[in-house]
Design a protein around this ligand. Structure first.
Ligand code: 1HE
Length: 270
């Protein structure tokens, strides 16, 4: 598959997808979106986790405002463009393969919508978040009202949008916009290293377990208690059909698997 603004690579069973439009701060135009949708629609069979990275100092400056300005889109045209964003980001969130993003610099507007669709977010200290749509006279259209609002809460998203303020990486961490903050000056691993190690660790889980985690938990969160428990029961039945269950549980039973104890496992975080 060839792409215009994405670079792809593989390290073992980890697929690496890189936004490669740094001269435009990885702003998402229609071609970039088509690339994202194409990659996440046909992830190679052997890929067990995906690392999403971006070239340059900024993860993503959001919607390509120049293209938006030049095209003078009608309301219906822009709605269709945004529905395409929804489709592409749904493939990321619900494609069945864990996606880990490595963030730096601006994660703003549509860039935050993209980051909100992945499952694990790792940031370096330069990372910041904002929803400046109000200042541009537009609105979110890449799923933020659903995904970002569920991460930080709807009232916090309203405040972020109304003020258009910058949320720094530490506040973003407290809010859940990023799961890890890496500051090598304080002895942490570089974000890129940690993100890859997490992707490799996640790729080592049973594929059906990963599938269940990324496809069912967010959906079950939308359900009533009764429906959610029913869906969970169905999901565990599906996962139990995996051919790795006996092997992995058996490793614990025969005392060959590492225990779940601090210091026992070689974790990427240590
Ligand atoms: C862009 C974009 C973009 C950069 N669309 N071209 N998003 C925003 O409102 C954020 C707009 N961008 C910025 O505030 C800044 O560019 C950054 C903080 C991201 C980076 O600043 P800086 O100083 O490193 O770079 P720069 O000089 O501002 O930009 C470099 C080039 O990238 C420049 O193009 P050039 O041809 O003049 O070199 C910029 O125009 C270009 N560029 N960001 C187009 N976003 C589905 S709805 C989603 C709604 C939204 O996402 S709204 C939020 C949009």
């Amino acid at each position: 598959m060839s792409f215009r603004y994405l670079k792809t690579a593989e390290i073992g069973s980890v697929g690496i997808v890189t936004l490669a439009r740094a001269n435009k701060r990885n702003a998402i135009d229609e071609d970039t979106l088509a690339d994202i949708e194409a990659y996440f629609s046909s992830v190679p069979e052997h890929i067990r986790a995906i690392l999403l990275t971006a070239e340059g100092d900024h993860f993503c400056g959001g919607l390509d405002l120049k293209e938006h300005f030049d095209k003078e889109r009608s309301p219906v045209e822009f709605m269709r463009v945004c529905q395409r964003w929804h489709r592409a980001f749904d493939k990321i969130q619900f494609g069945g393969i864990p996606v880990i993003a490595c963030l730096q610099g601006a994660v703003v507007g549509g860039g935050l919508e993209l980051a909100s669709a992945v499952h694990v977010r790792v940031s370096d200290v330069s990372t910041y978040f904002a929803l400046p749509e109000g200042t541009r006279g537009i609105f979110t259209g890449g799923g933020a009202t659903v995904r970002t609002a569920r991460i930080i809460s709807a009232p916090r998203m309203v405040e972020m949008m109304l003020t258009g303020r910058i949320v720094d990486v530490h506040e973003g961490h407290r809010l859940g916009l990023t799961h890890y903050v890496c500051d090598p000056a304080k002895g942490d691993k570089p974000a890129a290293e940690l993100a890859l190690e997490l992707a490799q660790k996640i790729a080592g889980n049973a594929p059906l377990s990963n599938y269940a985690m990324v496809t069912s938990i967010s959906r079950i969160a939308d359900m009533s208690t009764t429906d959610g428990l029913f869906a969970e029961g169905l999901m565990i039945a599906v996962v139990q059909s995996g051919d790795e269950v006996q092997e992995r549980v058996g490793q614990f039973v025969s005392k060959k698997a590492p225990k779940v104890k601090p210091g026992v496992e070689t974790s990427p975080l240590s």
